[in-house]
Design a binder for this molecule. Sequence first.
Ligand SMILES: N[C@@H](CCC(=O)N[C@@H](CS)C(=O)NCC(=O)O)C(=O)O
Length: 210
Amino acid sequence: MDLYFSPLACSMATRIVLNEAGADATFIEVDPHTKTLLEDGSDYRRINPLGLVPALRTDHGEVLTENIAVLHHVASRVGNDLIPSDPAELTRLHQWLSFISSELHTRLFSGLFDPNAPEAVRSRGLEKSAVRLARLDEHLADRDYLVGDDFTIADAYLITVLNWIQATPIDLTPWPAVRAYLERGRERPSVKGAIAVELPLYREERARSA
Ligand SMILES: N[C@@H](CCC(=O)N[C@@H](CS)C(=O)NCC(=O)O)C(=O)O
């Protein structure tokens, strides 16, 4: 499997999943500013026309895009328990993956991080974050993980996304369960390992685009 990734982006969730399973993949870095592959300067849009990471080239040579699909594919390939087998828990997994993707990743963070977004989009995103973080806080108040009793692909995605909060004006003080979840998550070996690899690459990326 080849994972097209950019440092600390949502593609890091897949690296966390691989780390959880002790599995490996070929990681191919994409410069998010130039949309080129670092290894040879070629155009990443030839892999994913949207220019977004992640993309995964499967062992069958097909290109898969969209984070949730990539996470499902990789978790099912590496064959551990990061996807619940219980049907009720699987439904909840889908609920939380959709929540993370649409309500947090896209609605909140994509606007905050878009340098061309008008200020109104940014402030509206921040306004809308409160009710979403409150929902998450209530859910996490008496749980270690999003679904059931074990770490799943939804946790890998949520920790990756919450890790971006440090680059935003959002203060998690009103949502202590979310803050505690993120602090626990960052200490998890699979997450620590992913950040240890990707943070230096992120700094290099910032230096290149400065
Ligand atoms: N719908 C896509 C969104 C992916 C996405 O937003 N990726 C971001 C990184 S987290 C990206 O590639 N951004 C670069 C850009 O917007 O040009 C998915 O779920 O995979």
